[in-house]
Design a protein around this ligand. Sequence first.
Ligand code: AKB
Length: 325
Amino acid sequence: MGSERILITGANGQLGTVLTERLIKMHGSDNVIVTDIKTPENNYTNFELLDVLNAVAIEEIIQKHRITTVYHLAAILSATGEKIPMKCWHVNVTGYLNILEACRKHNVQKIFYPSTIAVFGDDAQKVKAPQDSPLNPSTVYGMSKVSGEQWSKYYFNRYGLDIRSIRYPGVIGYQSLPGGGTTDYAVEIFHEALIHGTYTCFLSANTGLPMIYMEDVINATLDIMKADRDDISVRSSYNIEGASFTPAEIASEIQKHLPQFKMQYAPDERQAIADSWVSSLDDSKAREDWNWKPTFTLPEMTKDMIQNLRDLGVNESKKKLIKEI
Ligand code: AKB
């Protein structure tokens, strides 16, 4: 572990912010090269501006810092992707190919590639969608991630690149804010509940989606990267799930802590995206291969979110939320 030199792309995002902190804690700030297309608020020892569409810059950074492992998080998510489909495809697919080629040429040993529940489409089984479901998504984001899963398998089979991947559910955490996704409501709801006592949800009450708490998703990411190479039998991407719920269910859980909280519904264009996805996943393959096991249920994540946002000072979080939108 001591000689691992890590590159993380898209480090300013919802997950990147938290994963970067954890990787720095584990490997030391000298060994973690933090990159994003925008300058972060945090003062990292090793930060470089990086647009993943710049293949030359990726190679330079990999060579300069003698990178051995890449966590490639840079991507455009589902809702934004539908507004700028060509750009979404370009960033998510060409950007990933730039990373794969640079890794192949410069002998990077391991890559983490996040896929998503957006890879599923109307023909997938809605409840407990199997690991080997048909993948016919209706969004560009989903199409780009199905393609990314295929490219991962190709680079593993053809060049032996040790690429590991998880299909991320919607992520809920107090540390950072999501941007441009369809599952973003499940974070926004906490900020609005604490500040205004009401939230107007952009999905309808009974839209069930797979979700996961930040602590669990970070552990999953680190655990799959730690697993023995031979234990990874899925080289496209693994289903994982924390807790699946609907907007009505999370609202009623929040009401247990904030009894005055009121939820309204005004579904927008994101409803069609959510309707095309599955509502829960069968993650038994991840459990079998690398011992995946979530720890946070909906009641536990709700309690933890409210407690932490209160401790952080929700006004500060809200300021950030407004800026992000
Ligand atoms: C989104 O909503 O687009 C993302 C995802 C599920 O990948 N959070």
